[in-house]
Design a protein around this ligand. Structure first.
Ligand code: PLP
Length: 379
């Protein structure tokens, strides 16, 4: 039976193999394994792609987010206990970054169809202690609007973007600094280059992008023990640097970001055009296709049928996944958030199925998978 893999990272990296080998060898032979030109060049490449004057490489996406919040505390714009609005259906790292920095996450239900935060949701959650919004471009979809920008300005809120899943996505609504790329819309954006992301390293990696030079300086220092120059420590910092070898490998892959994302857009369009089943809700397409880079393609299937549909697909060789099976407020580590009423986040956790969308799946295969879905229970 034909197998449809959910992910195949060795196949993904195969196409870059000779350049990845050359980049690794270059680093090995350079003798420079922390910082250096590779990291500088990678940061410049990300800055240029993401339309932000500053980029600081970090150890991973969680640290990128955490350093942004820590830096705002140093700048005096956030303090312990301040509230940060965040979507309830995000990957847990978004929320960990908030609590690690001593801030208070306020979980907000997303729009059930787009699965991302809306201005209405944010407005309802505002309180006298709200100081920031962490908007998450979940599954690659831009979570930004004119109304959100106005809310942020009116209430003097810091806007941080969790762009871990959305590198290369373009917003039709300009950001606070009149740019359009994911990660450039708010005051600061965090990227992850975890191996499974649209552009993945061969290990952990991340980056902070920002329009604010002061913020970038502090993030950079915090990532390096809080030191601005060797043995001169202004802050009690961390060790959250981007590895030189990961920077060199990412420099190989980053130029292909639009190509990689266009392939995902094509697969998503194929699913969208072909899936039609009374039990299945497929995600809406944004009016401008560039607003979504489809890190995941997540359909919803009525709760009582979800696991049956997964089993049915598995029996036909189709691997699927769930993003995410347990919402943040129901995780053991966040008992303090358990009283939150978040029906949409819970529905999404119970109804979602992520279909294969990766560098190897072809449009023909997407049609085959969609047709299997359409034949569910009608066989
Ligand atoms: C992957 C991811 C992160 C964390 O990135 P890591 O590099 O794995 O630490 C944060 N937020 C979201 C939405 C993610 O998908």
């Amino acid at each position: 039976m034909k197998q449809y893999k959910f992910l195949d990272l060795s196949a993904t990296n195969q196409r870059y193999l000779s350049d990845l080998k050359a980049a690794s060898l270059r680093v090995i032979e350079s003798g420079r394994y922390i910082g250096g030109e590779e990291v500088e060049e990678f940061q410049n490449q990300v800055s240029e792609l993401c339309q932000t004057p500053h980029c600081v490489g970090t150890s991973n996406g969680l640290d990128a987010l955490r350093l942004i919040f820590e830096a705002y505390k140093i700048l005096g714009k956030l303090k312990e206990g301040d509230e940060v609005i965040v979507p309830a259906n995000t990957f847990i790292a978004s929320v960990l970054a908030i609590t690690h920095a001593g801030l208070k996450p306020v979980l907000v239900d997303p729009d059930i169809d787009t699965m991302v935060l809306t201005a209405e949701g944010i407005e309802k959650a505002l309180s006298d202690s709200t100081r920031a919004i962490l908007t998450v471009h979940l599954f690659g979809r831009i979570a930004w609007s004119r109304e959100m920008a106005e809310l942020a300005k009116k209430n003097d809120l810091i806007v941080v973007e969790d762009a871990a899943q959305s590198i290369g996505a373009r917003s039709t609504t300009p950001g606070l600094f009149n740019t359009n790329m994911a990660g450039s819309l708010g005051h600061a954006g965090a990227f992850s280059f975890y191996p499974t992301k649209n552009i993945g390293a061969l290990g952990d990696a991340g980056a902070v992008c920002t329009h604010c030079s002061q913020l970038a300086e502090i993030v950079k220092a915090l990532s390096n023990y809080g030191s601005v120059e060797r043995y001169n420590n202004i802050y009690a910092g961390f060790n959250c640097r981007l590895d030189t070898i990961q920077a060199a490998l990412l420099r190989v892959k980053l130029p292909y970001v639009d190509e990689v994302n266009q392939h995902r857009q094509e697969i998503a369009q194929t699913y969208c055009d072909t899936i039609s089943h009374p039990l299945v809700v497929a995600p809406p397409h944004p009016s401008d296709p560039r607003e979504c880079v489809w890190h995941q393609y997540v359909i919803r299937v009525r709760e009582s049928m979800r696991d049956k549909m997964r089993e049915y697909l598995k029996n036909r060789g189709v691997e699927t996944d769930i993003h995410y099976p347990t919402p943040v407020h129901l995780q053991q580590c966040y008992k303090s958030l358990a009283q939150s009423k978040l029906p949409i986040a819970e529905t999404l956790a119970n109804e979602s199925i992520s279909l294969p969308i990766n560098d190897s799946v072809t449009a023909d295969e997407a049609v085959e998978i969609a047709k299997m879905i359409n034949s569910f229970y009608m066989i």
